[in-house]
Design a protein around this ligand. Structure first.
Ligand code: T3D
Length: 269
């Protein structure tokens, strides 16, 4: 379970969690069902993300999938199993808290999209701060294909990431968006060969792990707030966060390191 320190590993029934070098890798692990999200996986994923947030040994989180998919979204085999909550209840109880947990995590989240990301699986990737994709990855707004409305934040994230018209087209048609086109639209930062995806994700995470943690957490908050407010409010929020950053030991360390012409050692204080 999340909460353990550097060099730890743990396996829940549907999630693998691995911390090394300040980087937590969370792997969705139901490869035979293309990492479709059943209730157990949603609960375990939420607990793991929250645990990574509490773990001071973790500075950056990578979210990826085992096998050939990132995630095929809601487990459709579970949907009509009997005794299940309504879809609205399931969204309120499980999907929405998951999306908010990723957004509110005070650490960068990189989605390493290793294959198809469909439905709520795509939403998980959209909620991350950055996305790297393997050359075989695709994003499928599959909701309409099963008579549903895009959910788990995809109507909020996707238009902001690629523009409202392209988002509407993908949602109306359900056509897969291949990785190279996703990169052209700015949805993913980079497309890399599948076999080097995790190395690239770890390299990027490693760079972020050397940044000042408090400043990064507040940068994430400022970017999120700026999506929701006007310029004046964004300016005021930046100023209040900068007041906090300016009093941090990491700011002092950054300036001292600059003066001394050395690499800063940030502690998150
Ligand atoms: O609570 C709520 O329900 C509300 C929330 C809704 C959020 C949502 O996510 S709605 C959207 C749900 N997801 C989908 O509709 C996607 C369904 N899957 C697909 O369209 C395709 O599988 C893919 C495009 C993702 C991949 O296609 P392909 O051809 O590469 O693989 P495949 O052959 O279709 O699937 C491989 C196996 O995974 C297969 O199992 P089998 O036959 O080998 O035993 C397939 O049934 C299983 N699988 C794929 N997606 C799901 C799944 N099993 C359960 N749930 C899935 N979503």
């Amino acid at each position: 379970m999340a909460g353990s320190g550097s060099g730890s590993k743990s396996t829940l029934s549907t999630i693998h969690y691995d911390v090394a070098d300040s980087i937590a890798v969370i792997t969705l692990a139901r490869p035979d069902a293309l990492n479709a999200l059943d209730r157990t996986m949603k609960d375990e994923l939420l607990a793991t993300i929250r645990g990574a947030g509490r773990d001071r040994a973790v500075r950056v989180v990578i979210l990826t999938g085992a096998g050939r998919a990132f995630s095929a979204g809601q487990d459709l085999r579970e949907t009509f199993g009997g005794n299940e909550p309504t879809l609205a209840e399931e969204l309120r109880a499980r999907y929405n808290p998951l999306i908010l947990a990723i957004r509110r995590l005070g650490k960068p989240v990189i989605a390493a999209v290793n294959g198809v990301a469909a439905g709520a699986g795509a939403s998980l990737a959209f909620a991350a701060d950055l996305r790297l994709a393997s050359d075989g990855a695709t994003f499928v707004l599959a909701f309409g294909r099963v008579g549903l409305v895009p959910d788990s934040g995809s109507t909020w994230f996707l238009p902001r990431l690629i523009g409202p018209a392209r988002a509407a087209e993908l949602m109306f048609t359900g056509d897969p968006l291949p990785a190279d086109e996703a990169a052209r639209l700015g949805l993913v930062s980079r497309v890399v060969p599948g076999e080097s995806l995790m190395d690239e994700a770890r390299a990027l995470a490693g760079r972020l792990a050397t940044s000042a943690p408090l400043a990064m957490a507040m940068t994430k908050r400022a970017l999120a707030r700026a999506q929701e407010v006007g310029l004046e409010d964004a300016l005021a929020y930046e100023a209040s966060l900068q007041g906090i950053a300016g009093r941090s030991a990491d700011h002092r360390e950054g300036v001292m390191a600059f003066m001394d012409k050395r690499t800063p050692r940030f502690t998150g204080e």
